[in-house]
Design a protein around this ligand. Structure first.
Ligand code: ADP
Length: 480
């Protein structure tokens, strides 16, 4: 019998082990969907200290070896655990990964280079799994396709193909030139050939974009956008050079995890009557957040990293004017101090209308999705964005800027046909956001039937992985 094609899916974070954003969602759910497509797929990520004990206790040590990185010779262990049918490998090095947080250390560049090298170096030591394809995700794994095309590639891996998926181009792994030799063990000529070096800087992601066999990003629109200067973050000319191997595949979400009728994080699981279920959840939420308890008030939420990317400047610019409307706003997020402070002070001024929860909490986020009538995602750029998709599962209408995956997943309300599953605006302009929000609030109050139809459309939109997994599968087949 012909064996199934083998794929090693490499990501720095993955649900249910560790998640700080959309990458964790994707790496936790896409491998399962690809397995259903007939691939033997395994996940690899670091063994972080913050992975919950219940998973660590079940991990089995399967091999260890000494990993060479520049002049460093470090212990590298591989543990494994099977969950929901997918075998996961965990790269173990206490010094690099047994820390409080996954990111935010001065030596991140070194830790991440170690991880990327381990993805390649561990394969000859893992019994019975030699992948045909290594699917790398974001800058943390960008050096793997580079090492595979370099003098460090073990002979038995020379035919292995690579896919590199860009989830967010903002983070590329840019360091000074010293790390070419000291950390990565290349000469400057080698680093130049491998696409790593640009002037006096080393750029991990640039290397992957030059060396990977295929490049994908997480929506069709973002794949086009990054070929232009504004969204290309300095790499647009390389994307243009490699356009023939670049494609955009929209992310899906784990529809089991985000299923309101079975979601035990909610105040009350949804019944078939979504509208009544939302009212119950909204009123309980308003009470918990100290907002005025009134199921008739439209409730808007933001569930997001609080950074410039997410369009918070637009929100803050119009917040005063927006709050003069009959509406409430609840924010869940952590991020830049300036946004945390501005939003908190607004909540201090009008606690019955604005609430701010400065924390990262998965269970709480589900309560936000379920309670809200609208979710605001006015991003400056958004490769895919998952919150608008998750929200729609809970009958919460997205209000988004037409960029990247937001454009590809939200169809604007058409007042003539009643079609659409949310609201959109085109330009990065605070008053465009305000006007579309006023339209949405007006529809909510004055045209309940039209609102209801939109919510039904949103709930019915298919954000499962089925169609996207098929597109990845087609790409894998091309490579094989
Ligand atoms: P990004 O990856 O750019 O942060 P995405 O929209 O792709 O944005 O994914 C964000 C993911 O992180 C979603 O699953 C969202 O629910 C979750 N999330 C964002 N902020 C928080 C938070 N403060 N608490 C819990 N979950 C959050």
């Amino acid at each position: 019998m012909k064996r199934k094609p083998r794929v090693l899916f490499a990501a720095y974070e993955a649900e249910p082990f560790l998640k700080t954003g959309g990458l964790g969602d994707v790496a936790g759910s896409l491998p399962k969907a690809l397995k259903a497509q007939g691939y033997e797929i395994r996940l690899i990520m670091p063994k972080f200290g913050s992975i919950p004990e219940k998973y660590k206790a079940r991990m089995k040590h399967i091999c260890d070896f000494t990993l060479d990185l520049g002049w460093r010779h470090q212990y590298c262990g591989i543990d494994s655990l099977k969950t929901q049918g997918v075998t996961c490998y965990f790269v173990d090095n206490e010094y690099y990964f047994n820390r409080e947080k996954p990111y935010g250390y001065l030596d991140d560049g070194e830790r991440i280079a170690f991880f990327a090298k381990a993805i390649m170096d561990c394969i000859p030591y893992i019994p019975d799994f030699n992948p045909d394809i290594i699917h790398c995700n974001d800058w943390h794994t960008a050096l793997t396709p580079v090492f595979l095309k370099s003098k460090y590639c073990p002979e038995e891996l020379q035919g292995v193909k690579t896919i590199f998926t860009v989830h967010n181009l903002k983070f590329q792994g840019v360091y000074s030139k010293w790390c070419v030799g000291d950390l990565l063990g290349f000469t400057e000529d080698e680093a130049g050939y491998l696409g790593l070096l640009e002037g006096d800087t080393v750029n991990y992601m640039r290397g992957a974009i030059c060396m990977a066999d295929r490049i994908t990003t997480v929506s069709k629109t973002y794949a086009e956008e990054i070929c232009g200067q504004f969204f290309g973050e300095g790499l647009s000319y390389i994307f243009l050079n490699r356009k023939e191997v670049l494609s955009g595949i929209l992310n899906g979400i784990d529809t089991k995890r985000y299923e309101p009728t079975t979601d035990s994080n909610l105040y009350k699981k949804f019944t078939d009557d979504y509208f009544e279920s939302k009212r119950v959840n909204k009123e309980a939420f308003q009470a918990e957040m100290g907002l005025e308890v009134n199921g008739d008030k439209p409730l808007m939420v933001i569930i997001s990293r609080l950074t410039e990317q997410k369009g918070l400047d637009l929100v803050l610019w119009i917040l005063g004017e927006l709050m003069s409307q009959d509406v409430q706003l609840a924010v869940l997020g952590v991020g830049d101090q300036k946004y945390e402070d501005s939003l908190s002070s607004m909540a201090g001024f009008m606690p019955e209308k604005v609430s701010v929860s400065l924390t990262f909490s998965e269970p709480l986020s589900h309560k936000f999705y379920a309670a809200a009538d609208m979710i605001l995602v006015p991003s400056l750029f958004e490769p895919c964005g998952l919150t608008q998709m998750i929200a729609m599962r809970y009958g919460t209408l997205p209000v988004v800027r037409e960029t990247g995956g937001l454009k590809d997943s939200v169809m604007p309300y058409n007042k003539y046909t009643g079609e659409g599953n949310g609201f959109t605006f085109a330009n990065y302009n605070a008053h465009e956001l305000l006007f579309v929000l006023k339209d949405a609030i007006n529809l909510y109050h004055n045209e309940p039937e039209a609102w209801k139809k939109l919510v039904e459309n949103a709930i019915a939109t298919d954000f499962s992985w089925d169609s996207s997994a098929e597109q990845y599968s087609a790409l894998y087949k091309e490579l094989l």
